[in-house]
Design a protein around this ligand. Sequence first.
Ligand SMILES: Cc1ncc(COP(=O)(O)O)c(C=O)c1O
Length: 378
Amino acid sequence: MDKIKAKLQQIKENNLYRQIKYLNKPQDKYTTINNKKVLLMSSNNYLGICNNEEVKKSAIESINKYGLGSGGSRLTTGSYDLHKKLEEKIAKFKGYEDAIIFNTGYMANIGVISAICDEDYYIFSDELNHASIIDGCRLSKGKTIVYKHNDIKDLTNKINEINPKHGIIVTDSVFSMDGDICKLDEIVKIAKKHNLISIVDDAHATGVIGKTGRGSSEYFNIKPDITIGTLSKAIGSEGGFVCANSDIIDYLINKSRSFIFSTALSPAVIGASIKSFEIIENNPYLVKKLKENVEYLCKGLKNIGFDINRETPIIPILIGDEKKAIKISESLLEEGIHIPAIRYPTVKKGEAILRVTLMATHDFCDIDLVINSIKKLI
Ligand SMILES: Cc1ncc(COP(=O)(O)O)c(C=O)c1O
């Protein structure tokens, strides 16, 4: 107990202490946090779908038809025909033969990597990959080799050095804190050349990049062996998914522990997610508006001295010092704008950022307000 207290104190002294903020309203462009109305510039609800009326109606209809809980894991009693319908929808949306749903994107990443990579596998992993990929590597029996962020030369050198018989290359497509995009075309080619399995995490790419929001495969016009994703961001729901050929999916159904040993998602979430995909397919202006907002914010930030070029709605403003980042974030909140300070261990020590995220529901006036407030405070 004393050790826990001491560690907590250390976290506080290092300006790394975190507290939960409670929202009182849905995550539209305005919400309330701790009962204060704020302009929300920090949600991963990129297309503004999570409070959509049709999506909510679909969740309610699914509850009325199937009940709330799924009552079992996917391999016992937890799979409804609705789960299958969503899996077929995701496979088609992403252009793959097959797909399965996990309960979260986190569980999908740990479940896939640990199921595939046994003792004779090498895992080549980008240094800025999401924590769930890192944890998947730790859970697996494979040997993890971390390559420098987005550095194809370093990746190639490391593969050549080892010349592995079995292995995977795994990367975020859109990096969750930096908002930059991996070099998927080169990665897939290298993987093919060395007979490695290519795995991409499309958590922040699905509904976001590619002309119609289908993610990294559409953006690069190339398909990795496995695309993992989450329903919790642009899809506005929750759950994770894996797209691959039917042999890989069949293997995961049989071997992936986070798929097998957890109660399946509620029909409410599944029904809502199906509707979300339909909305993205039928309303291409959402993806287009999000892109316009990204361009507008990057241009505005450039005008005030921040040279940040991004094609994704994740815009990191580097502050560095943790205390300073917290102070700016708190001042923004006082002005009614929510932009969190992201600190270690989510980013490196001394490299705290303000992580701005855009939604398709923001307009240029909202973005102007943010730019002016940042200019004033930094
Ligand atoms: C890149 C990336 N992968 C996976 C996840 C996990 O997804 P989920 O929130 O559905 O567990 C996240 C974020 O939460 C993420 O940013």
